[in-house]
Design a binder for this molecule. Structure first.
Ligand SMILES: [Cu+2]
Length: 137
């Protein structure tokens, strides 16, 4: 069962030849989010941009299941892949990730904001992502 909330990232919407993050493929933003010691940890903390295809790699490194839930999640069109299973669509409220497992989420953040998320199984477990409106200069 899956319960998770995701957040979004801001993407860039202009195809300017500028600065910014050189992305591997098609300006896709990748974020690795670890679940460990009953907490969330970003392996490379940095803001994301909305309007850009985003990938969140959610890894549960604990020995108990953790959840990923966010109020922004149900509004996003998401594709979630893990363990030979793919879920997709709008209206997903959350995910649960078993110990040692990884869930990969694909979506395009639609607005800039702060994306807060939490584990519904452990109320003290929270985190947030910052979405940037426009890449600066
Ligand atoms: Cu948890």
């Amino acid at each position: 069962m899956a319960v998770l909330g995701l957040l979004l990232l801001p993407g860039l919407s202009t195809a300017g030849p500028s600065d910014d993050v050189p992305t591997p493929q098609q300006q896709e933003q990748r974020i690795e989010l670890l679940m460990r010691n009953y907490d969330f940890a970003l392996s490379d903390p940095r803001p994301i941009r909305f309007g850009v295809p985003t990938v969140i790699i959610l890894r549960n490194q604990d020995i108990v299941p953790h959840g990923f839930q966010s109020s922004a999640l149900p509004t996003l069109r998401i594709r979630a892949q893990g363990e030979g299973l793919t879920a997709y669509g709008i209206g997903i409220e959350g995910f649960h990730v078993d110990p040692g497992k990884t869930l990969v989420l694909h979506f395009v953040p639609e607005s800039n904001a702060r994306l807060t998320f939490r584990c519904d199984l452990h109320p003290q477990m929270k985190g947030e992502l910052f979405v940037l409106e426009i890449p600066s200069a």
